[in-house]
Design a protein around this ligand. Structure first.
Ligand SMILES: NC(=O)c1ccc[n+]([C@@H]2O[C@H](COP(=O)([O-])OP(=O)(O)OC[C@H]3O[C@@H](n4cnc5c(N)ncnc54)[C@H](O)[C@@H]3O)[C@@H](O)[C@H]2O)c1
Length: 329
């Protein structure tokens, strides 16, 4: 059985990947996470509790920006590193660039040194559609449509980490793959992202905090499609950047109406000015992933319905999760 190091395993995508791999007995997973304070840690603890019962999962609380941490994972004989640890969020990144540089750029460079020292053959580094900024109606292509300079501190810190990793590992033969995600949602999602907070607020009869008029569109991508995309990359030795996202964009208003009809409730909306650097739309060109026989298959209706089913199962735990942040009113 392959041994996979998943960084950010207490995070949304890291948790879901680890869960999928151990449930299907496809790999032994070593999970690493610093349990940072970007959002409510109770949710990260809940995810870890769900993973901890498996004999094929081990967890270490480590900060990847600290070089001493790597002593704890020396000699583990890892086959694949999937680097999902990061500090996400466009607007917040302007408020505290240093944290983004540490968690995204420095951590990725440190991890690349670890990959080099341990002679690990495969290294996946999660990237973000934020590097494209606003796409208008055209689909954004890898290595072609990235904005320069990148549109946010978040995007710059992520791209810088990727570049450091490529440079550090140049000539080593390690296959570096950079999956680039587009607005991911689903069970155990993030409380700072729209779909989960909309579900929570509509269910609990709380006003929805909506930045803008809700006409802005997203390539909402269901988590299962993302996991299938990552597993597709495990099977190829092709290196480079791969867009993993839905090519069907959906407005925030449409998402709200789907949730309302699923929960049979009407939302109350508190309209606020558009968030700083919020984009109107960003669409992926999927040619590269299509060539590997991957395409997103989950419709927004099915994905939201599955997320609601999960939410209702955890509704008691959700009462303790903070869905609003200090920087919001
Ligand atoms: N969720 C999305 O829609 C989305 C979209 C585009 C890109 N991404 C990228 O996908 C990856 C996973 O995102 P997510 O949504 O699961 O985010 P998340 O915040 O839920 O998970 C990231 C995890 O990384 C951990 N972490 C942060 N800094 C760390 C450090 N220095 N050392 C160890 N652990 C650290 C955090 O504690 C967190 O649990 C990130 O690289 C993110 O940039 C996500």
């Amino acid at each position: 059985m392959k041994k996979i190091l998943i960084t950010g395993s207490a995070g949304f995508i890291g948790y879901n990947l680890a869960k999928n791999l151990i449930q299907n007995k496809e790999a032994k997973v070593l999970g690493v996470d610093s349990l940072n304070n970007a959002y409510d840690n109770n949710l990260k603890k809940l995810r870890l509790k769900d993973l901890d019962s498996s004999e094929n999962f081990r967890f270490k609380n480590l900060d990847l920006s600290n070089q001493d941490s790597y002593k704890e994972i020396e000699g583990e004989k890892i086959d694949i590193v999937v680097h999902l640890a990061a500090r996400a969020g466009v607007r917040q990144s302007f408020r505290d660039p240093k944290k983004y540089i540490l968690d995204n750029t420095v951590s990725t460079a440190n991890l690349a040194e670890y990959v080099k020292k341990e002679e690990i053959k495969k290294f996946l580094i999660a990237s973000t559609s934020s590097v494209y900024g606003d796409s208008g109606e055209s689909a954004m292509k890898e290595n072609h449509d990235e904005k320069y300079p990148p549109p946010s501190v978040y995007a710059t810190s992520k791209i810088s980490g990727e570049l450091m990793a490529k440079t550090i590992l140049d000539g080593t033969g390690t296959c570096i793959q950079i999956p680039r995600f587009f607005t991911v949602y689903g069970p155990f999602g993030r409380p700072d992202m729209s779909i989960l907070r909309f579900i929570h607020w509509i269910y609990s009869d709380t006003e929805i905090l909506l930045y803008g008029d809700g006409h802005q569109k997203r390539s909402f991508t269901y988590i299962d499609d993302v996991i299938k995309g990552l597993k597709t990359l495990f099977l190829t030795e092709e290196s480079g950047i791969f867009n993993i996202g839905s090519d069907k964009t959906v407005s925030l208003n449409k998402v709200i109406s789907i949730i309302e009809s699923e929960l049979n409730k009407k939302s109350k909306i508190d309209y606020q000015p558009r968030a700083f650097k919020d984009v109107d739309v960003v669409i992926p060109n999927l040619d590269r992933m299509n060539q590997l026989n991957w395409k997103p298959t989950t419709s927004i209706e099915i994905g939201v319905s599955e997320t609601i089913k999960w939410y209702l199962k955890y509704v008691n735990e959700m009462k303790d999760i903070k869905f609003k942040f200090e920087y919001e009113k």
